[in-house]
Design a protein around this ligand. Structure first.
Ligand code: SF4
Length: 317
């Protein structure tokens, strides 16, 4: 049974400029122990999706349709109190974007780590032990508990954030660009850490990234989002070896490789406004294969072999 199933999720933001259609009919699932990479450019809806799963959406955001089933429970139907008590930071944790800068500079790491545990009724002594164990799991020593954030490097702060995410032994961790703003070496170390934690704690990940190359290090499955809609979904093997959607193909051809001397190309144009997205296929203004039907009608999500799904008229029979 899948651990997480998202069905037909649509979300809107109300802004002064109009209604932003941030997600439209997004569906996917994640099995236990599996990593789903959610890939797309800025403005594709990736972070909105992450926030929807942990129900930390801004006040102007509204889920207008869909279900998020976690471990058999539709978590959108739970009260905030029940979700906070049993799910957020308990069974579902998140490493938010830019999170290493979200540590409170005037509080010691210990106070920041034990707060959510104590709020759940765990004694302070037990919470300190749990936090110390979690720090050791991410390769830090327990004395980090006594430090202030400014006494730690960027990589150490990111490890603290990851320790906070796993200290309650969640089943699912949402990683929103977990290595952005880190240098290349630290990024590689954090990716290795995430792989080890997944194995040791049997974690499932939803790994949000704009970087298809980075996603390949962790992903079992890849969901490519474009302008709030699913462009392509399939096993990582298929997406990397046989990308079908012209947008995925464009992302792939912008990745440099050491093995082949390939010419890099970039997708022209930019992600459209989601207040007035283009008619038909939202990618058509940037697509080298756009046809008349692409400008008129939205392509359906077509299932190819091996449960590989693509939203593109090129594959319609
Ligand atoms: Fe390009 Fe048309 Fe496919 Fe959209 S539906 S990706 S415009 S070919």
């Amino acid at each position: 049974m899948p651990l997480l199933e998202v069905h037909n999720l649509s979300m809107r933001y109300t802004t002064l400029r109009g209604i932003v259609k941030a997600l439209e009919g997004v569906s996917f699932s994640v099995n236990e122990g599996e990593t789903l990479a959610v890939v797309g450019e800025t403005g594709s809806g990736k972070s909105t999706l992450a926030k929807a799963i942990v129900r930390v959406l801004e006040e102007n955001a509204k889920i207008v349709s869909g279900e998020i089933i976690f471990d058999g429970v539709d978590i959108l139907k739970l009260s905030e109190e029940e979700f906070r008590r049993n799910y957020r930071w308990v069974k579902i944790a998140m490493v938010p974007q830019g999170s290493m800068n979200s540590l409170n500079p005037v509080l010691k790491i210990m106070d920041q780590m034990i707060e959510p545990l104590v709020l759940r009724g765990i004694s302070k002594i037990d919470a300190i032990k749990i936090a110390g164990d979690a720090l050791e799991s991410v390769g830090l020593t327990r004395d980090v508990l006594t430090k202030y954030p400014h006494q730690l490097s960027g990589g150490m702060k990111q490890r603290v954030i990851i320790a906070m995410a796993i200290q309650s032994r969640p089943k699912l961790v949402i990683l929103d660009e977990p290595t952005s703003a880190l240098d290349v070496m630290t990024q590689a170390n954090i990716m290795n850490l995430l792989k080890r934690l997944r194995r040791e704690f049997k974690l499932s990940y939803v790994f949000i990234t704009h970087d298809l190359a980075l996603a390949s290090e962790l992903a079992d499955k890849v969901l490519v989002l474009y302008a709030g809609k699913v462009a392509e979904l399939g096993s990582a093997d298929l997406i990397y070896t046989e990308p079908k959607h012209p947008y995925t193909q464009g992302l792939m051809s912008s990745i440099p490789t050491l093995r082949e001397d390939k010419k890099l190309s970039f997708i022209p144009g930019e992600v459209p406004s989601l207040i007035n997205p283009p008619s038909g296929c939202r990618f058509h203004p940037r697509c080298p294969y756009a046809m008349d039907i692409c400008r008129r009608e939205e392509p359906p999500l077509i299932t190819l072999d091996n449960d590989h799904k693509v939203a593109c008229w090129l594959y319609s029979k």
